[in-house]
Design a protein around this ligand. Structure first.
Ligand code: 5SP
Ligand code: FE2
Length: 225
């Protein structure tokens, strides 16, 4: 089953609780929460108090995407704020293996994100420890950027590796996904689709329903998951 993970980075924060309830009603699977530190990425976004404030508004899975240097310093706080899946960037961890183990010890699911230019082989020795790999299809730091087409090939390669090893790891693709290009991302082999501006610009309910409609149809070449 394909999953939709609206990124609240593009939400109207003055009515965040309401918007989260709207996307849940329309079928969102994960709530994607982008946490940025102004150091690993240029921008600063939101943190644990905001996560906590919406935790009781929805039963959706909280998918926290940490764009912060040395995220090991904060994984416990993020978990306690309500994260179900905690994703760290391979590029931001001095000790990726230790960071993965720490997240698992907490009882959260663990994801590792790769910037567009980071090769897949950085995951060679840790892949079977992971619940999710996040292929960044934009350079992290901002919503509303254009999808980088070469990340489709990277997604296909990762799909092949995961299938060959018979691992049950979700592939999430994050950045620049729209109703126009989502079918290509499905065909490349992704399981989870992050969409920020494409969900929160205009009618949130209609946008979410439209994405769910596309994701419920297995397009030519795509496998049913
Ligand atoms: O992690 C990031 C950006 O760094 C993403 O989660 C974006 O926030 C997705 O937003 P759109 O590209 O869909 O507007
Ligand atoms: Fe993200």
């Amino acid at each position: 089953m394909y999953k939709l993970a609206p990124s609240i980075l593009a939400a109207d924060f003055s009515k965040l609780g309401e918007e989260v309830m709207t996307i849940e009603k329309a079928g969102a699977d994960y709530i994607h929460i982008d946490i940025m530190d102004g150091a690993f990425v240029p921008s600063i976004s939101i943190g644990m108090p905001i996560m906590k404030s919406i935790r009781d508004k929805t039963k959706c899975i909280f998918d926290a995407h940490l764009m912060i240097n040395e995220p090991i310093r904060y994984v416990q706080d993020v978990y306690e704020a309500g994260a179900d899946i905690i994703t760290v960037h391979a590029e931001s961890c001095n000790h990726l293996d230790r960071t993965i183990k720490r997240i698992k010890e907490l009882g959260a699911k663990v994801g590792v994100a790769l910037n567009p230019a980071t090769p897949l082989n950085v995951l060679d020795y840790v892949l079977d420890e992971l619940d999710m790999v996040v292929i960044m299809s934009v350079n992290p730091g901002f919503g509303g950027q254009k999808f980088i087409p070469y990340t489709l090939e990277k997604t296909k390669q990762l799909r092949e590796i995961i299938d060959k090893k018979k691992l049950s790891i979700e592939i999430e693709v994050d950045g620049g996904i729209t109703l126009e290009n989502v079918a290509q991302v499905m065909e490349a082999g992704a399981d989870v689709f992050v969409a920020g501006s494409a969900i929160f610009t205009g009618d949130i309910l209609e946008n979410t329903v439209a994405f769910k409609e596309v994701l419920s149809h297995v397009s030519k070449g795509a496998k049913s998951r």
